[in-house]
Write a protein that binds this ligand. Sequence first.
Ligand code: MGD
Ligand code: MGD
Ligand code: MO
Length: 777
Amino acid sequence: MSTVPHSSHWGSFTAVVDDDTLVEVVPPDTDARPSRLIHDFADSVDSDLRVRRPAVRRSWLTAVRAERQGEAAPGTRRTDLRGAEPFVEIDWDEALDLVAGELERVRSDHGNAAIFGGSYGWASAGRFHHARTQLHRFLNAFGGHTSQVGNYSFGAAAMILPHVLGPAQFANGRLSSWDVVSEHTRLWVMFGGIALKNTQLESGGLSDHPIPDRLRATRDNGCRFVSVSPLRDDAPDFLDPQWLPVRPNTDTALMLGLAHTLLAENLHDEEFLTTRCVGWERFGPYLLGDDDGIAKDADWAAEITRIRAETIRDLAREMAGTTTMISVTWSLQRADHGEQPYWAALALAAMLGQIGLPGAGFGFGYGAAGTMGNWQYPFPAPRLPVGENPVTAPIPAARIADMLLHPGEDYEFNGERRTYPDTRLVYWAGGNPFHHHQDLNRLRRGWQRPETIVVHEPFWTATARQADIVLPATTTLERNDLGAASGDKRIVAMHRALNPRHAARADWDIFSALAARVGTHESFTAGRTEMEWIEHLYTRTRQAAADYDIALPDFATFWADGGVDVPQGSTVLLADFRADPAGHPLSTPSGRIELFSETIDAFGYDDCPGHPAWLPPTEWLGAPDAPAGSLHLVSNQPGQRLHSQLDTGGTSQAAKIAGREPCRLNPADAAARGIADGDVVRIVNSRGACLAGVELSDDISPGVIQLSAGAWYEAADPTDPASLEIHGNPNVLTADHGTSRLAQGPAALSTLVRVEPVDAAGLPAVTVTSRPPVFAE
Ligand SMILES: Nc1nc2c(c(=O)[nH]1)N[C@H]1C(S)=C(S)[C@@H](COP(=O)(O)OP(=O)(O)OC[C@H]3O[C@@H](n4cnc5c(=O)[nH]c(N)nc54)[C@H](O)[C@@H]3O)O[C@H]1N2
Ligand SMILES: Nc1nc2c(c(=O)[nH]1)N[C@H]1C(S)=C(S)[C@@H](COP(=O)(O)OP(=O)(O)OC[C@H]3O[C@@H](n4cnc5c(=O)[nH]c(N)nc54)[C@H](O)[C@@H]3O)O[C@H]1N2
Ligand SMILES: [Mo]
């Protein structure tokens, strides 16, 4: 029996190992509230769904072997059979030769931009073996690839904030810290709530889960909470929150209604607006309706949001009278015109004039992940350097289907006109686009275009099944690594706990072997082994920390101790800027908060004008063309897993209803459709349809249906890219268009659906959670 320190996105832990078998996963006793999900993680290592050996789609293998004999051309490959054919196992040498051969062929025939290596996804926590980073390093050394910029998490915020506030980190952890908020905040208005389910996790890992207790302390210090959300349980009961069940996607109108009330009642801080902001002279008249004749008053907002006008006015007055925090979850910007709620919240906070005071102002992303609101250390967390990508035009992360379907076509992005490349080869390591992308039927049509799709995966995910070549990757427990997130206090020495399973190899080993074949071994490996790299990355971090007078131990001590705790500090967001705006200017063009942006205005985008504005989404309950009986689909993050990861684990499986993903409905909406608790239903719109199991709940506002993301995608008919999805993956329903031409972020949360009862008898059973057909040659 041995014990090994390790970490995961779900938390750090000690792995208890006996005879190369993981016996138990034990969270540190210093972790206040470990996530139960790390226990599922243990089961997955030896699950039947592991990819055991390199596997190739049958007809693709036959075709490529023939091509390599000069007997066929790449144009004759049956790319339409992806996802609908068995796989054949081959040995590593041939698999690596095939991948290297395809990379070289595509590079010489079509250029590096025809290789798509964006490979968005969370992969696993270790910072050296982070699969996507490894892929980028490998492809950059190979002459480059088309990459992705931005993300699915806060893609709209990351693009607009630099114009109006400062770096994208204002959406990703640059926040007033919990100690400050707990002590000082008296009223906390939470747009999107603060769902504790989401605080179980952190990209890179976390050694503690302090947020529930921090929130409790905030309440005990006398803070009142208001949760603005379509779901009551987005805020925990112990906060005794006031629930404002806003119509989905209308928060901007609510914020404008609050702002108008402040202005109409002279409760706004003119001094802050004129000395710390620019553009008040444009935004104020918009609120009053000087340009468009529409006053954005509380009555106007009530009509749109379905929150009573008096409630809006009372809340505005209360906000102006006390120390108020305005928080906005990332979900609000994962919607059509998702830039607007962030910009409007910033404007509202600026009107209150409390930005930079302890416990007041705004905070983007509290509750979005497990370290949000923790103090962040000032030096960069360890990261494998990726080198330079000579192909300098990445696509916006969520525009992948557009790219595949529209090679050579132009699109707008953040003030630029760009052109989609002609993608011939897709390389994915550490992500699951058949989990994360919107309108999966559309993605399937685009996915048939490239000649080659390579995937590295530990598991037979939906994306692995849609590939041509699947290379078996080790899981994190099968290798050494460093775990770190800058909001977590501990850098973890992740010791290898298990031997690699079957023929699996670390992504690093796979790329090293490919690099040897394509002549980039020197530059890819820099001559270091795995452990030499880990020591190198740690030592660089240690040096960076020393620049901030933070002393970390040498590598040998760090490794032997299983990690190191970084000393903690405290932050009042923008206190310096408030105290001295000229001495501590923001990185915006004016150095101030921009309530009107000349830059954005000059782009001339009607879907993102020069100041925060209410722009109705394409799909919402108030749309004049919303089909009768529409429900707004909230495809939020799942509480019982991380995206698609651990969907086959015990916690996620226990939540399924009749083998399908649970969806939650208000009892009145269900009754009106003849649907009962526990029924299987068909959720449908013009893009697709899926099955799900029903749970009735008063926590869901009328007019809303919640179906969390992450059930592994399974088409009833794998040959039909418009097939019914049978497991409950909401992304066959979600809309696939950018938030606006400015950010081109994903807009998954602007989706209307209809829900219908189905006869449970004769429905196809879910099989994606068991091993697919894979044959030895
Ligand atoms: N409708 C809807 N869609 C959404 C969202 C939503 O709220 N609603 N949320 C979006 C957001 S914010 C995000 S971040 C995305 C998440 O999307 P993804 O990050 O793509 O989802 P994951 O399921 O985490 O996929 C990670 C994959 O990496 C694999 N993996 C783990 N470790 C390794 C490794 O060491 N090597 C390799 N090669 N692979 C490994 C896992 O098995 C898993 O299949 O989803 C987005 N999609
Ligand atoms: N357990 C678990 N935790 C996770 C993840 C996971 O997969 N599982 N994923 C992680 C990742 S990658 C990310 S990016 C973060 C995402 O963090 P968020 O984006 O904050 O997470 P969501 O759960 O999508 O959304 C939070 C809540 O916003 C509400 N909401 C949706 N639309 C609206 C709206 O129009 N108005 C208002 N007011 N509220 C709305 C929904 O009810 C939802 O429950 O979560 C992280 N945490
Ligand atoms: Mo995310």
